[in-house]
Design a protein around this ligand. Structure first.
Ligand SMILES: Nc1ncnc2c1ncn2[C@@H]1O[C@H](COP(=O)(O)OP(=O)(O)OP(=O)(O)O)[C@@H](O)[C@H]1O
Ligand SMILES: [Mg+2]
Length: 362
């Protein structure tokens, strides 16, 4: 079994930088787990704690059933792929990939077989004789992954392995990593600041901010039921729109400086504590719809600030009073900059947050 278990793990760097703040969670056996969050939130530190490259200030880390806090990095049975790949420049691809096995004094024949197998999986068989300087970014990335594969570790640790690749290659490699996980059936602990990467790769995702884990969930739960405004805004692209206003009743409605939105009966109970109070409304771009302007809630007037026509869909930046919201609409709906439109919000897909502590109300 190759789970990774964190029990109340904390890492404080000198000068009192709390990089990882009392974190408890489990990366399950054979799971592809992604830790995502903005720059500086503590992702790499968490990964490096698993690898043994940093020492925990307090708390425990288990790999399988073994407490590894005091186990040497080389004895932890993990393999890490770094953002910058960290290949040995003076060695060939073959030697880079074989390096860990040579250290382990594996038999030569077995080493060759493992390296060739990994090279074949990754499609870099022809490159084994080259040095890293003679490789493209994508090829170097594959070598770095290959070097991890040959070690046949209990857990793969990936630290933003795709961030040096151009957008197209990144999408390709993302799919390859997903396939690789499927094929190797090994536990993967992957960190990235890119929420698209997290959503597409992670079976479960942990969202981190300032060293704290805010929410752990599968991608759809994270998208549909974020625990707070930060998670709601971090997951999804273009991000969720937020509007400040207040809740009034009879009938239940969200009142904002330029419009009033009648809310469905189904929300009465959930919004009861917010009656008469300020709230933050959240709505995702795909839940803002063009409207004919007729009927209740059918006519929020907006001014088109920018219309980005993408071919398959259009992204509209719409001005409502002092606020700008972003809508994602079908391609045939292509208003011009400066036009006045009627829109409606899909009231089954609204989110509400407490403006003070940012916790989710609905
Ligand atoms: N060796 C160190 N000494 C002191 N502070 C450090 C050290 N390493 C990291 N930090 C601090 O710890 C915090 C978390 O850093 P970490 O590298 O884990 O962030 P990250 O989430 O990986 O960010 P990024 O997305 O930019 O890679 C940051 O505030 C960083 O400045
Ligand atoms: Mg990092």
């Amino acid at each position: 079994m190759s789970r990774v278990l964190f029990k109340d793990l904390t890492k404080v760097f000198d000068k009192n930088v709390m990089a990882v703040d009392h974190v408890s969670f489990e990366v399950a056996d054979k799971e592809f787990f992604v830790l995502v969050g903005p720059s500086g939130c503590g992702k790499s530190t968490t990964l490096r704690l698993v690898a043994g490259l940093e020492e925990a200030t307090s708390g425990q880390i288990f790999i399988g059933d073994r407490l590894v806090n005091n186990v040497e990095p080389k004895d932890r049975d993990i393999a890490m792929v770094f953002q910058n790949y960290a290949l040995y420049p003076h060695m060939t691809v073959y030697d880079n990939m074989a390096f860990a096995l040579k250290l382990r004094k594996s038999p030569k024949k077995q080493t060759r077989q493992r390296v060739e197998e990994a090279a074949q999986i990754l499609g870099i068989g022809e490159l084994l004789g080259r040095k890293p300087a003679a490789l493209s970014g994508g090829q170097r990335q594959r070598v770095a992954v290959g070097r991890a594969i040959v070690r046949n570790p209990k857990v793969f640790l990936f630290d933003e392995p795709l961030s040096n690749l151009d957008a197209k290659l990144r999408v390709g490699m993302r799919a390859e990593l997903a396939q690789l996980h499927h094929r190797l059936e090994t536990t993967v602990f992957y960190v990235t600041h890119d929420q698209v990467e997290a959503m597409t790769l992670g079976q479960r995702i942990g969202v981190m901010k300032n060293g704290r884990l805010l929410q752990i969930a599968d991608p759809m739960t994270l998208y549909n039921k974020p625990v707070n405004r930060f998670v709601a805004g971090f997951i999804g692209s273009p991000p969720m729109n937020f509007l400040e206003g207040r809740i009034e009743t009879e009938p239940l409605r969200f009142v904002q400086e330029t419009f009033t939105l009648n809310l469905p009966e189904s929300l009465v109970k959930q919004l009861a504590p917010a009656q008469g109070k300020k709230v933050t409304l959240g709505i995702r771009p795909e839940n803002i719809l063009p409207s004919d302007g007729i009927g209740q809630n059918q006519g929020i007037k907006v001014w088109v600030e920018v219309a980005e026509l993408m071919g398959n869909e259009n992204i509209l930046h719409l001005k409502i009073g002092q606020n700008v919201i972003v809508a994602r609409v079908q391609a045939h709906y292509a208003p011009k900059t400066g036009e006045i439109l009627n829109i409606q919000f899909n009231t089954d897909k609204l989110h509400f947050f407490d403006p003070e502590n940012e916790a989710t109300l609905v």
